[in-house]
Design a protein around this ligand. Structure first.
Ligand code: KG4
Ligand code: ZN
Length: 345
């Protein structure tokens, strides 16, 4: 089954052709980073307008490049939640019209479910279930127990900022360009992760699998501005100081994430550990998750970086497993929607 996937939930316009849930015949992703950079973050209205401008040409290019005729397509899959509502509407409207014109079915996909599915797109090694998944993106941070494709329970989630959001805001405080995650990742390699004792929130509450990054963000702010410090001097923005703050911040995020994931593995049976979402591209986090999995005797599954960040291959891939849900119209988009119920245990 050949599915055209469309992803426009945030600041990437991505389209992909995937056969039978696994075989990526082609993918085209247009990154809007340059347009949002002057504003230091994603501007929703600009994002929607760029999606409108580029989506049609991206699909045309993809079909031309792969030599696939639109008549060969069996279905269209599109991210319908969660995300920026205007951006989602662009993708869903395009998908509906495209599918209608071809007389093929269309399916709305949950963005976070697709992030998890990205870990299943390697034919050589697929996670065994049940699995614990740590989903870390720009808008979401959650620990999820997955018992089957389509069946998820939320073990814990962030009470305030998402991990990626914390990366982006910290980068901004350090006057680093947007998007901050990859910059902090790179700078941290040169910094001292123990230079600043930033907080690991909720660590004391061992049975609680939630996360909180707002205290960490405030601690970074106070360090940078000098607020709250004894001598109230702002951080001198030398290369070493900036790298030390970045590395200390990153260590605090990684330890918070890994600590709760370790607790999840202790409390819930899991045959695999999945790390996914944009922040899963982070090198220190990847290493820490692999080490945790090894300590627990479970295999770790982390998609390649291009499938950690937003992409349409994961959307088209997942849709293959949801053929029974396909219809002639996606009539619903949502800015936020839980992936599953919160576990009661
Ligand atoms: O999943 P994603 O592409 O988009 C959302 O669904 O939000 O995640 C984007 C987030 C951004 O906050 C970005 O800064 C972060 O992922 N990110 C990283 C790295 N690469 C991307 N964070 C830390 N280290 C990275 N290498
Ligand atoms: Zn995402």
């Amino acid at each position: 089954m050949l599915i055209l996937g469309i992803e426009t939930s945030c600041d990437e316009t991505s389209v992909a052709l995937v056969r039978d849930g696994m075989d990526v015949l082609g993918i085209r992703t247009f990154s809007q980073v340059r347009a949002h950079k002057p504003f230091g973050g994603v501007v929703p209205e600009i994002a929607s307008r760029i999606h409108v401008r580029v989506i049609h040409a991206l699909v045309e290019d993809l079909l031309r490049e792969t030599g696939i005729s639109r008549r060969d397509l069996d279905a269209v899959a599109v991210t319908s939640c969660p995300g920026l509502i205007g951006s989602l509407v662009v993708g869903v409207s395009f998908a509906n019209a495209f599918a209608f014109a071809l007389g093929i079915p269309v399916l709305g996909i949950h963005h976070l479910e697709a992030h998890i599915y990205a870990a299943f797109m390697n034919p050589e090694a697929r996670p065994e279930l049940p699995a614990v998944a740590l989903v870390v993106s720009g808008g979401h941070t959650a620990l999820v127990r997955m018992s089957a494709i389509g069946r998820y329970e939320i073990l814990g989630q962030t009470l305030d900022d998402a991990a990626g959001e914390a990366f982006d805001k910290t980068a901004k405080m350090l006057s680093l360009p947007y998007p901050g995650g990859p910059m902090i990742d790179r700078l941290s390699a040169r910094g001292n992760p123990e230079a600043y004792p930033f907080p690991r929130s909720l660590r004391g509450q061992r049975d609680r699998l939630d996360f909180s990054f707002s205290g960490l963000k405030t601690a970074v702010l106070y360090t940078v501005t000098g607020q709250g410090g004894r001598d109230r001097t702002p951080l001198e923005p030398t290369e070493t100081n900036v790298a030390d703050v970045a590395a200390s911040f990153q260590r605090a995020v990684v330890e918070s994430l890994v600590d709760k994931t370790a607790r999840a593995l202790e409390r819930f049976e899991a045959k695999s550990l999945i790390l996914c979402g944009g922040v899963a591209a982070n090198q220190e986090l990847q290493q820490a998750i692999r080490a945790l999995a090894a300590r627990n005797g479970v295999p770790a599954f982390i998609p390649p970086i291009s499938y950690c960040t937003d992409n349409a291959a994961m959307i088209a891939g997942l849709a293959f497993h949801k053929q029974h849900e396909m219809n002639d119209l996606v009539s619903d988009v949502a800015a936020s929607r839980p992936l599953g119920d919160r576990i009661k245990k």
